[in-house]
Write a protein that binds this ligand. Structure first.
Ligand SMILES: Cc1cc2nc3c(=O)[nH]c(=O)nc-3n(C[C@H](O)[C@H](O)[C@H](O)COP(=O)(O)OP(=O)(O)OC[C@H]3O[C@@H](n4cnc5c(N)ncnc54)[C@H](O)[C@@H]3O)c2cc1C
Length: 245
């Protein structure tokens, strides 16, 4: 018996997150049983020139937390220009439509037996989705450990959930934020710039030997950050990753 479920679920709301990214709320049964950080696959039928519907299925991380929302999945979907799924999905899918989902999948999550002394949530671009779920979950469950939010984006306009992340940090002294922009030219950005380096990570990471590291984003970003964390002496078993292949 597969552990995952296949469900046809309604989209209850659609909202902008950035210039090229939208949020979607999907209504699921209250016993859906997902963990913050997991992902689902979403399947839709895309109309073709001959009128036929061509099925397309893609994976999307869950940006919501089951605490306090066990019956809601929030997806954070970024446009991939030239892609098959996202141009159609972002343009045409609206509240009231139904989609087929499978899941929840993945091991990018905190397990009950985890007792980290600190949690590092590291992301690039739309890789923010599952770490946002984890941040919301850790906050809702009031886990009393330092939470280091480390994010890399191309420009300030590409930062997802910025207001909420800063609101969470303002209300919770355990949460600290490091944001960097890799393409600052022409923006009003006064913060950190450039890619994450081993020096930045050394400065921002805490409890190196006893904490957990969650890294999500494009494969080259995830691999580069892991190489830098390993250079700091962090063990593979402390690192959980999700690559958006
Ligand atoms: C576990 C997991 C979780 C994920 N979570 C998220 C998430 O939360 N949010 C999110 O936005 N994404 C997420 N992704 C990525 C997502 O699954 C899709 O890969 C992404 O949305 C692109 O889908 P697409 O169909 O629009 O692009 P695709 O059609 O799959 O195209 C991908 C790339 O190939 C190029 N391409 C397509 N067709 C051609 C062609 N004929 N010739 C040359 N190049 C071509 C496109 O330009 C694009 O660069 C996740 C992926 C994984 C594996």
């Amino acid at each position: 018996m597969p552990q995952f479920k296949t469900l046809i679920v309604p989209i209850t709301s659609v909202f902008p997150i950035t210039h090229d990214t939208k949020g979607y709320h999907l209504s699921v049964p209250a016993d859906y049983g997902y963990k913050a950080g997991q992902f689902v696959t979403v399947e839709i039928g895309i109309p073709q020139a001959d009128g036929a519907l061509k099925k397309a299925k893609r994976s999307y991380s869950i940006a919501s937390s089951p605490t306090p929302h066990p019956d809601l999945l929030e997806l954070c979907i970024k446009l991939t220009p030239g892609g098959i799924f996202t141009p159609w999905f972002l343009q045409y899918i609206k509240a009231g439509d139904e989609v087929t989902i499978q899941g929840p999948f993945g091991t990018f999550m905190l397990y009950d037996h985890d007792k980290p002394s600190a949690v590092h949530l590291i992301s690039a671009g739309s890789g923010v989705a599952p770490v946002m779920g984890l941040l919301r979950d850790l906050t809702a469950r009031k886990l009393e450990v330092p939470i280091r939010w480390i994010s890399s984006n191309k420009t300030p306009a590409d930062i997802c959930y910025r207001e909420e992340i800063h609101r969470i940090a303002a209300a919770n002294p355990n949460v600290s934020i490091f944001e960097t922009i890799t393409r600052p030219d022409g923006t009003e950005w006064g913060g950190h710039t450039g890619r994450l380096t081993v020096d930045t990570l050394r400065e921002w990471c805490v409890d190196i030997s006893t904490s957990l590291f969650f890294i999500c984003g494009p494969p080259e970003f995830v691999d580069a950050v892991i190489a830098e964390l390993r250079a700091l002496g962090i063990e593979a078993k402390q690192i959980r990753k999700e690559k958006y292949d």
